[in-house]
Design a protein around this ligand. Structure first.
Ligand code: HEM
Length: 457
């Protein structure tokens, strides 16, 4: 089956979905015998529930995952068992402090006020077009760096400076997907020869090191009870100072990765879906006006956390975006002991299972005949509240004990940013600009999202 996959490498998510629909939600991928590429691919919610929640202990990330994502070192995404617990507890303890959300609100608003709005004003005044995806990546990179490192790289400024580390994330995610498909021996040879995709990954790794090492090695500069590096230094049980610095590099890199790509990708698809569904845009604006008592004539209107909680339709529109375009489009696990899945498939120990979260949202059997339509109403109950959907049916934030730690934070940021932009500007897509998903581990828009802006009157 490898030739089919390679021929469709440029549209892997679509191709995978097609095969999954034809095979009832699960299929066995067979590669050449010498490649160690055999795996089970599934988007069946019953399998997701079984693996991520009910039998969590039998499905660690495992050494294969670690091998593919070696660039993230000992950060939370690669960690299992005690190391994962240390990461999860330490991060969670910071995020659940009462002060965290006011720090978050201040950080996001500062970025909107001093970065996003000046950049958008400049674009509007000059009547030029802009790539919204690039803007959102810079915005979320700067904000997550402030939260994790207490350092603002200011990549979102009017001149849109080139910050190598910020761009390195977008570079790294493509080879990371290819490592799932290309035989290990081939990518290892490419890595050794420093050619092709592996060369890009090596360069991205260098950019990460140059950015993170100096920031995590600053002795005595860690202060404040919301300081993440300080909390991890305390929790870390490693042997030497050198190991500690490596560990802090891996930890902060993983958190910045978690925060940069996911939120920016969701916001990109959200604005694209809004552009092609103008009725939804009208409803969001009506909701802002009716629920938030906005005063006409405010130069800049600031939407705070409390207000963002009132925006139910906007929340539904974001969930709908995440259902159709989950930024983490696939996951990957392997059982320690052999297992039989609810779909009836037998899994040998250590056999790789790939979960296509992208396909779950596109299955009629899961979301109904209208699954490909953008319908924020799907998420709203008769009483006007947000409808809860189980995570195995809506796995954009993962499911079970490894559910995303930044879900609440991401919704707050996305709502504050989306409400601010929609309230002040009308976004128009640049005619003829192609928009399709990129084949990478994060479902970015392949060519970005080029738009023009006009002011709301
Ligand atoms: C729309 C935005 C977001 C989406 C769709 C999302 C999605 C996900 C997914 C699918 C995972 C599981 C990844 C894996 O296990 O390989 C995950 C884990 C995680 N996310 Fe998010 N995420 C988002 C935003 C954020 C933000 C802003 C943060 C803040 C730093 C964050 C922090 C984390 C952490 C720490 C984990 C690891 C959890 C664990 O392994 O126990 N996420 N997220």
């Amino acid at each position: 089956m490898l030739p089919g996959a390679l021929l469709n490498l440029h549209r892997l998510h679509e191709y995978g979905t097609q095969v999954l629909i034809e095979s009832g939600g699960t299929f066995e991928f067979k590669g050449p015998w010498f490649c160690n590429l055999d795996m089970l691919v599934t988007c069946d919610p019953a399998n997701i529930h079984h693996i991520f929640s009910k039998n969590f202990s039998n499905y660690p990330k495992g050494p294969e995952f670690r091998k593919i994502f070696e660039i993230l070192g000992d950060g939370i995404f690669n960690a299992d068992y005690e190391l994962w617990e240390l990461h999860r507890k330490t991060t969670l303890s910071l995020m659940s402090r009462p002060k965290f959300y006011s720090f978050l609100e201040k950080t996001i608003w500062d970025k909107i006020e001093t970065g996003l709005l000046p950049v958008l004003e400049n674009v509007y005044e000059k009547q030029i077009d802009v790539d919204l995806q690039d803007i959102f990546q810079r915005l979320s990179f700067d904000s997550i760096c402030v939260l994790v490192l207490e350092y603002d790289p200011k990549s979102l400024s009017i001149d849109l400076p080139y910050v190598p580390c910020e761009k390195a994330f977008s570079v790294a995610i493509e080879p990371l997907l290819h490592r799932h498909i290309i035989p290990e021996t081939i990518w290892k040879v490419q890595k050794w020869l420093k050619i092709g995709n592996e060369k890009k990954l090596i360069e991205a790794g260098k950019a990460f090191d140059e950015f993170f090492y100096p920031r995590v090695s600053l002795e005595g500069e860690q202060d404040g009870d919301l300081n993440l590096l300080k909390a991890f230094t305390k929790a870390y049980k490693g042997s030497s100072r050198e190991r500690l610095v490596d560990f802090l590099r891996d930890t902060s890199l993983s958190l910045v990765f978690a925060g940069r790509d996911t939120t920016s990708t969701s916001l990109t698809w959200f604005f694209w879906l809004i552009a092609i569904n103008p009725l939804a845009e009208i409803k969001i604006l009506e909701e802002i006006e009716s629920k938030l008592h906005v005063k006409k004539g405010d130069k800049w209107r600031f939407f705070n956390i409390e207000e963002s909680h009132k925006l139910v339709y906007l929340h539904g529109a974001l969930c709908e975006t995440l259902r159709l375009f989950p930024p983490v489009a696939l996951e990957h696990k392997a059982p320690i002991r052999s297992d039989i899945l609810p779909s009836g498939h037998y899994l040998h120990e250590n056999k790789k299972v790939i979960f296509s979260f992208y396909s779950v949202g596109r299955m009629e059997t899961v979301w109904g005949k209208d699954c490909l339509e953008f319908k924020p109403e799907r998420w709203i109950t008769e009483r006007g509240r947000i409808k809860h959907e189980p995570s195995y049916k809506f796995p954009a934030f993962n499911a079970g004990p490894r559910t995303c730690l930044g879900k609440e934070m991401a919704f707050i940021q996305m709502k504050m940013v989306a409400a601010t932009i929609l309230y002040h500007y009308k976004i128009q897509r640049v005619e003829g600009h192609p928009v399709s998903p990129r084949d990478s581990i994060i479902l970015q828009a392949k060519h970005g999202l080029r738009v023009r802006l006009s002011k709301r009157t």
